[in-house]
Design a protein around this ligand. Structure first.
Ligand code: PLP
Length: 372
């Protein structure tokens, strides 16, 4: 078969665009510069200094006593790893958009029996429905796989309340994809029975892409040990035991990105989890007010994401053309709607290092181009 993709030579003359997409997002200059240190070996003491620093700083930032695993890869790695480490047979996946659907799809491909709790796109998962699914029927679910921030619809699911429900079912583990909001939306990880929660470095952590971060409970660690088989690369035991013995990763990591991580996590610690949450809340409120004035928010009311706004295109603007023109004239990038919602909605990533002021620059540009 003739391949569809032809080589398009990468050039040296691209214009940088300010990123307002739902990740990757803007990265501070000193964080980018941190990646230029000369290479060193992944079994050197220097590596132990680096890896233990980023792991312990992450625990401190997130305020968790659980273990933290940072692996080369993207958040997608932990869709697979959580499924392989925690599920023997049955998994319940509340689906409310493209990413929760993909979590279900991953589990199916790994040979698990997946039951979906389906919601319309734009709706949030309801804790009482999760309770009903866990209580009714003969199926014992090894795991509930949730998505905190459904980036395709801009919905923030009530993961804390869902976790409280699942905590009442001690043999059911709770894994949470927090890929597009951890670090920009406060969550008390240890208080809601969350066994594994994971993110990608390029989203609200505002780092370059290439690292996946997962917080793992003792119960999840024990569950994998009891279960026997698990993911090799993302196995909780392999990664955590290796950390406990050597303070390093089991295989060669993307050291330059970890150097960037170290730098950025210091900035995050200086700001603090609560203050970072507050700044993201302010951005969300600003975008919400702007959307109310010109369009409408797409998500069910009360469940709007703190990091990704999904705005309903009530004015029937040409979304693709507006994105193109904003990019050309203002060197800013924002996103169309996901999949079938491409023209019906558009999305603004207000995460990481953005502020209300920087978001206002984008909304001013959209107003100008779309003649709002
Ligand atoms: C909610 C959610 N989950 C998972 C992913 C996949 O993340 P990655 O591409 O970093 O593997 C994304 C990416 O946008 C996402 O938004």
């Amino acid at each position: 078969m003739e391949p569809v993709t032809k080589k398009r030579e990468y050039r040296d003359d691209y214009t940088d665009k300010t990123l307002y997409i739902p990740g990757p997002t803007e990265v501070r200059e000193d964080v980018i510069e941190a990646m230029t240190e000369s290479p060193f070996g992944h079994r050197m003491d220097r590596m132990t200094d680096l890896y233990t620093t980023i792991v312990e700083d992450t625990k401190e930032f997130l305020g968790t006593d659980n273990d933290v695993v940072i692996l080369t890869g993207s958040g997608t790695e932990f869709w697979e790893a959580t499924t392989l480490n925690l599920v023997d047979e049955n998994v319940l996946v509340p689906t409310c958009g493209a990413f929760s659907e993909r979590y279900a799809n991953v589990a199916e491909r790994l040979g698990k029996n997946v039951d979906r709790l389906e919601y319309e796109w734009g709706e949030a998962v309801k804790p009482e429905d999760v309770r009903e699914a866990l209580e009714s029927g003969d199926t014992h679910y090894d795991m509930v796989a949730g998505v905190l921030n459904e980036s395709s619809t801009g919905v923030r699911n009530p993961i804390e309340e869902i976790g409280d429900v699942i905590s009442e079912f001690p043999d059911t583990y709770f894994a949470v994809d927090a890929v597009s909001s951890l670090g920009g939306d406060y969550i008390d990880i240890d208080a809601h029975g969350i066994d594994a929660i994971f993110a990608s470095s390029q989203k609200a952590f505002a780092m370059p892409p290439g690292l996946a971060i997962c917080v793992v409970s003792d119960d999840a660690y024990d569950r994998e040990a009891e279960k026997g088989d698990s993911s090799w690369y993302g196995g909780f035991r392999r990664t955590i035991d290796y950390y406990d013995r050597k303070g390093q990763t089991h295989s060669t990591p993307a050291i330059p990105i970890m150097l960037a991580y170290r730098k950025q996590m210091k900035h995050m610690l200086a700001e603090g989890h609560a203050a970072r949450d507050e700044r993201h809340r302010e951005m969300m409120e600003y975008v919400h007010d702007w959307a109310d004035e010109h369009f409408a928010m797409f998500p069910e009311e009360g469940y709007e994401s703190q990091t990704v706004a999904c705005i309903e295109n009530t004015q029937d603007i040409d979304v693709a053309a507006t994105i193109e023109e904003v990019s050309e004239e203002y060197d800013m990038a924002f996103s169309n709607g996901y999949g079938d919602l491409a023209e019906e909605t558009f999305r603004i990533g207000h995460m990481g290092e953005h502020t209300v002021e920087s978001i206002r620059e984008l909304t001013d540009a959209i107003e100008d181009v779309a003649e709002l």
